[in-house]
Write a protein that binds this ligand. Structure first.
Ligand code: OSB
Ligand code: MG
Length: 359
């Protein structure tokens, strides 16, 4: 699916997204899910290719034709598969959609979420020039986004963030490094601490939870972990080590919505605020993110932007729009609350694999 504008992070530049979508038929109902990996292993080790492999050769054979009660049951079925959280999460999402449709309830209600609309922001990729970045941010602010995240990398950090801050002294602003730095870079990042940022997201490597603790000790700005927190256990490590003050929750990275809710609850018990991250999802994943972000400890705006920020044509019939108060309304229909646009889906489909249970 072509992105409306290229998205550049410290690990690379994407101009379109390859998506692995999951459709499960059961009891006359159809559930949809989305695996949020990209074509390349830049964000983490998973790719659309590994998603297809792990789904086809491992996850689907384990669950096909089985009687699966709920998400916890699904997690038990696939517990022998190490890692590959983005692949597992896509199937769990489709199971949730089925559970919601069977009970006639939206996911928000199944999760216990109270909010009917959630505060959102926009994640702005690295632009070719700093003035170009300021123009891009201005455009999003004009559209009504009240919180902006900019992507940073070595050489495009303090100068970019300072320029945006100078133009918008009051804007809720945060930065995301996607693991581009090491502790040796502390001095060059230090000026960030004077920019009144909401948070600095994932400055160090994914497996450097302890180094994030050392970094947080030297910064008054909250450090937020994204890539480092791949399970509820990792969330506990981060809390116990004081490696961050905020956690970005992505159901994909955590292996499913059920795991995301566990991290949400653990953080709530420990007074650690969370927010919902994004992976440039289609309308399917966006509906899932909105339902998740309706939970009470999602106190910071999520990376859940309007559909037109990502795609000019989406695979869902519903498009998500920004309300004037920088919120997006949580879907209210059963399950994910979306319907798939078959024509759009067909026009984007590169490959389709079907599995049928022996009856
Ligand atoms: O680190 O949050 C990230 C997109 C792809 C991979 C990683 C990240 C992102 C984003 C996009 O920041 C957020 C969105 O979906 O709007
Ligand atoms: Mg991030």
């Amino acid at each position: 699916m072509p992105l409306v504008s290229p998205f550049e992070t410290s690990f690379g530049r994407e101009t379109d997204r390859e998506c692995v979508l999951v459709e499960i038929q059961s009891e006359g109902l159809t559930g949809y899910g989305e695996c949020v990996a990209s074509r390349d292993p830049g964000y983490n080790y998973e790719t659309t290719g590994t998603n297809l492999h792990i789904l086809s050769d491992f996850i689907i054979p384990l669950v096909l034709g089985k009687d699966i009660k709920d998400a916890a049951d699904f997690q038990a079925f696939v517990s022998g598969i190490r890692g590959h959280h983005l692949a597992k999460a896509g199937v769990e999402m489709a199971i949730w959609d089925l559970l919601g449709k069977r009970s006639g309830k939206p996911l928000r209600e199944l999760f216990g979420g109270k909010r009917e609309k959630v505060e959102v922001g926009v994640s702005v990729g690295i632009q070719s020039t700093t003035p170009g970045l300021v123009r891009s941010v201005t455009d999003y602010v004009d559209q009504g986004y009240a919180r902006v995240k900019i992507k940073i990398k070595p050489g495009r950090d303090v100068e970019d963030a300072s320029a945006v801050r100078r133009e918008f002294p009051k804007l809720r602003l945060q930065v995301d490094a996607n693991s581009a730095y090491t502790l040796d870079d502390v001095n060059r990042l230090k000026p960030m601490d004077a920019l009144d940022l909401l948070l600095i997201e994932q400055p160090l490597f994914e497996d450097d939870i302890w180094d994030h603790h050392k970094l947080q000790e030297q910064f008054k700005t909250p450090i937020c972990l994204d890539e480092s927190v791949v399970s509820p256990r990792h969330a506990r490590y981060a809390i116990e080590m004081k490696a961050c003050r905020i956690i970005n929750i992505k159901a994909g990275r955590l292996g499913g919505l059920s795991q995301a809710i566990m991290v949400h609850d653990l953080c709530a018990e420990n007074q650690m605020p969370v927010w919902c991250g994004g992976m440039l999802e289609t309308g399917i994943g966006r509906a899932s993110n909105l339902a998740l972000a309706s939970l009470p400890n999602f106190v910071l705006p999520g990376d859940i932007s309007a559909s037109d920020r990502y795609y000019s044509r989406d695979v869902t019939n519903e498009t998500f729009t920004l309300n004037p108060d920088s919120t997006i309304t949580v879907p209210n229909g059963p399950g994910l609350g979306i319907t798939v646009n078959d024509d759009a889906l067909k026009s984007f489909t590169m490959n389709k694999v079907s599995f049928v249970a022996n009856s």
